[in-house]
Design a protein around this ligand. Structure first.
Ligand SMILES: [Zn+2]
Length: 241
């Protein structure tokens, strides 16, 4: 199947940055890149990008490209903002479909929303409808996911971290794989572990239940997540298997 990943905006799109200067596109493109890498592990999947690091691509050019390539699904990736550009406590994840709620798009949006809320622990703002250009002008099913608020002091830290960007990409790919029953290639690495995961090792017989929050092949990524959890008040340890 043909999947189009749409990293919202471009490096030079006016506005579209956090109060402390992170460009939204920087986050969006990183998630698209990670998702493309992860999708390479699945059979019969071709990934297209609607966006470009070289220039800001108009909304019309994006949906024209999706329509002319006749892709099967269009996934638009964004980071949110609230208010007039200052900081705010508004936060969380939300996913949009066109107001007619096309069934496949709606099911995929629900899967993306559920997966990201679990894997990020951010507030669930729900699946919503909106008359956005990329949802309206695409002839195929389309979803738009807002992966946290650039205007929230806590969430901007996440949006800047490679661990979080990868977590978002893993969630989107997991949802796509479930929705479209994608098959992993025989030689692909094991699928990334997303919570809720089984406990790493059975402990004493009379019961000790552990909750795993992530599994990485890169030690630095593990340390970043551990640090995030520590700051959130959890007791954390890193276990190498
Ligand atoms: Zn955006």
């Amino acid at each position: 199947m043909k999947i189009m990943l749409d990293a919202g905006h471009g490096y030079n799109t006016p506005g579209k940055r956090s109060p402390d200067g992170m460009r939204e596109y920087e986050f969006n493109r990183a998630v698209a890149n990670y998702a493309k890498q992860l999708l390479a592990d699945y059979k019969n999947v071709t990934v297209y990008f609607s966006h470009s690091d070289q220039r800001d691509v108009s909304l019309k050019a994006r949906t024209d490209k999706a329509n002319s390539l006749n892709v099967d699904i269009f996934v638009s990736i964004h980071a949110n903002a609230f208010g007039g550009g200052g900081w705010s406590n508004v936060g969380g994840i939300e996913t949009f479909v066109y107001p007619t709620r096309p069934p496949v798009a709606y099911q995929l949006a629900q899967k993306i929303q559920r997966t990201l809320v679990i894997s990020t622990g951010l507030d669930n703002r729900g699946v919503k409808t909106a008359d956005f250009h990329v949802l309206r002008e695409t002839k195929m099913d389309a979803v738009l996911v807002e992966c946290g608020f650039m205007t929230n002091r806590n969430e901007i830290k996440l949006l800047r971290s490679e661990t979080y960007r990868r977590t978002i990409a893993e969630g989107i790919v997991k949802a796509l794989a479930e929705q479209f029953k994608l098959q992993r290639k025989a030689n692909a690495a094991p699928a990334p572990t997303l919570p809720p995961a089984k406990s790493p090792a059975p402990a004493k017989k009379d019961g000790l239940y552990k909750v795993q929050a992530g599994a990485f092949d890169n030690e630095q990524n593990a340390k970043e997540l551990a640090e995030r959890l520590r700051k959130a008040g959890f007791d954390v340890y890193i276990d190498k298997e």
